[in-house]
Design a protein around this ligand. Structure first.
Ligand SMILES: [Zn+2]
Ligand SMILES: [Zn+2]
Length: 136
């Protein structure tokens, strides 16, 4: 089974992820742009049961972006850690930039490209969708 390690920028919070990462996408939606401060956020899903907070649980704060949907981040350095959706408790969203492990999975598409930053040129050769990828 895949096992990955993630740490926030300041190191207060460490995560251990068991079971791999599914459906990795580059998301250009405005929520991802604003919460990351970058052109797009690279997000994947992990199993809720596969996440272990190995250090710094007391440093984790949450922001509810919509009813039942929360982003959890480090209170000290503001690194995004994971996101949760009460309607889909079996899985969590993960920002791949916080991983310190080499992963075997790869991004599969650019999503919400109609919301992309005007200055973003997008030269990566991946499928592009105006919303979620087909089937989500
Ligand atoms: Zn931190
Ligand atoms: Zn997004």
């Amino acid at each position: 089974m895949n096992s990955y390690i993630a740490n926030c920028l300041c190191g207060a919070v460490a995560l251990e992820i068991q079971g791999g990462i599914e459906a990795i996408i580059h998301c250009h939606c405005s929520k991802c742009r604003k919460s990351s401060g970058t052109a797009f956020a690279t997000n994947g899903f992990i199993r809720s049961s596969g996440l272990r907070i190995s250090r710094g649980e007391e440093s984790i704060r949450s922001y509810e972006t919509a009813p039942g949907r929360s982003k959890h981040f480090c209170a000290t350095c503001a690194s995004p850690l994971f996101s949760s959706n009460a309607a889909d408790p079996e899985r969590l969203g993960l920002r791949l930039g916080i991983l310190d492990s080499t992963i075997v999975e790869r991004p599969m598409s650019h999503n919400f490209v109609s919301s992309k930053a005007s200055w973003e040129e997008m030269d990566v050769d991946l499928p592009r969708y105006d919303g979620h990828e087909p089937g989500r």
